[in-house]
Design a protein around this ligand. Structure first.
Ligand SMILES: N[C@@H](CCC(=O)N[C@@H](CS)C(=O)NCC(=O)O)C(=O)O
Length: 410
């Protein structure tokens, strides 16, 4: 059975389209891009070392590279359809387009994609990239002038039946994320589409009508960007018909726990629970990168969790060290855990898990703690593990007994 290893929003759509066109049975194995990096998940590397999509498996065969996959499928299952005969003069032209799509044409497009977010830093490359793109689009437009298909007079595997994003959203909603980072030229094009309600697909001879609702998001101050000439005022007026301002996460900490639970369900198992200290740490952090940062933090914690409880040991280093500093600043007894708990919004109070309750034991004596520190050569995490407590608690006891960890480190 043919299996398409399909990544959301990727070139593997082209392979799915081709298989449908050929009427060949196949299965889809779905992979999701990482919400923060947009990269493919590592599981794809188990199928092909590059870890990219598409990859096709057909029995014992594994084929990567979309051009090679298109070629293989048409040769193997096409029965003479969708490609000129191997001995016809059009065959080389067909191969040229297949290779061109992922070769010469792709480089400037990828450069544009990577440099788009650099803003002014990309200025030295911009002219060259724009020239290259204009050159390639001009070439494709010219090749399609007065004709519908790239090779001979018929539809082939070299033509890619994938409408542009705006056309695809016709009759629906198009979400444009980080619109504040859109280059000025692209802003001009978007404005033209919004005003004329038309798109001009590559190779088409006439514009096509579209009816799309546009939803945009940005973390930039667009008013300021308009003043600084970085965002077109006329486009801002068009896209800001209805504005919703979402405050940064640090200004709505009451959402942190609910969001954390949501991500925990999404990436972990239903049994996972957060320890009290873990939630306190989440609430103390200011989340400069907002919900995406919280999502990565919880995703990481679910992957590192041992057993059913997520604890401070699974916090990213930046947050963990913040909590250590916080613990060290508070004099013993000045802020009790009970007091800290009472500062939490009511919706956030956490019931300790049964495992946590059963692990409650009296604090170690000074001699006991010193003995443990000696045995673990000053490794606080190991001492904590042996006592069934978090590192922060071990630090608090050390402070109480005036013990310095340096005495126990080699
Ligand atoms: N030239 C390759 C490109 C493969 C490729 O870069 N695929 C993208 C999706 S369109 C991908 O897997 N991106 C995710 C990543 O790089 O982690 C092909 O035609 O198959």
């Amino acid at each position: 059975m043919i299996v398409v290893h399909h990544l959301n929003n990727s070139r593997s759509q082209r392979i799915l389209w081709l298989l449908e066109e050929l009427g060949v049975p196949y299965e889809i194995k779905f992979y999701q891009r990482d919400a923060t990096t947009n990269l493919a998940p590592p599981e794809l590397k188990a199928v092909h070392p590059l870890g990219k999509s598409p990859v096709l498996t057909d029995g014992a065969r594994t084929i990567a590279e979309s051009g090679a996959i298109v070629d293989y499928l048409i040769r193997t299952y096409g029965n003479g359809r969708l490609a000129p005969a191997a001995d016809s003069p059009d065959h080389e032209t067909y191969l040229e387009w297949l290779h061109y799509a992922e070769g010469s044409a792709m480089l400037p497009l990828m450069l544009l994609l990577y440099t788009m977010r650099l803003g002014d830093a990309a200025a030295p490359l911009k002219g060259r990239i724009d020239d290259e793109i204009a050159n390639h689009l001009g070439y494709v437009n010219q090749a399609l002038e007065g004709r519908e298909y790239l090779v001979g007079g018929a539809f082939s595997g070299a033509d890619r039946d994938k409408p542009g994003l705006i056309k695809l959203a016709d009759g629906g909603t198009l979400f444009l994320d980080e619109i504040g980072d859109m280059p000025l030229e692209a802003q001009a094009k978007l404005l033209r589409v919004l005003q004329s309600r038309e798109v001009f697909p590559l190779g088409a001879t006439a514009p096509e009508q579209v009816d799309v609702r546009i939803v945009c998001a940005t973390h930039r101050d667009l008013h300021q960007f308009v003043k600084d000439g970085k965002f077109r005022g006329d486009l801002f007026a068009r896209v800001s018909e209805h504005l919703v301002k979402l405050p940064p996460l640090r200004e709505r900490k009451e959402d942190v726990y609910q969001l954390a639970k949501l991500f925990c369900r999404r990436y972990g198992t239903l049994n996972l629970t957060f320890s009290f200290s873990f939630v306190v740490a989440l609430l103390h952090h200011d989340w400069p990168f907002n919900v995406r940062e919280l999502e990565s933090c919880i995703k990481r914690a679910t992957a590192l969790a041992e057993g059913d409880a997520i604890d401070v040991g699974q916090l990213p280093d930046a947050i963990a060290s913040l909590m250590r500093d916080y613990g060290a600043r508070a004099a013993p007894g000045s802020v009790s855990e009970r007091e800290r708990e009472s500062r939490m919004p009511p919706s956030l109070s956490v019931t300790p898990s049964p495992a946590a309750v059963s692990s409650r034991r009296p604090p170690p004596t000074e001699a006991g703690l010193r003995e443990l520190l000696m045995r673990h050569r000053g490794n606080i995490a190991a001492v904590g593990r042996e006592l069934g407590k978090e590192r922060m608690q071990v630090h608090r006891w050390m402070k109480r007994y005036n013990i310095s960890v340096e005495e126990y480190r080699d």
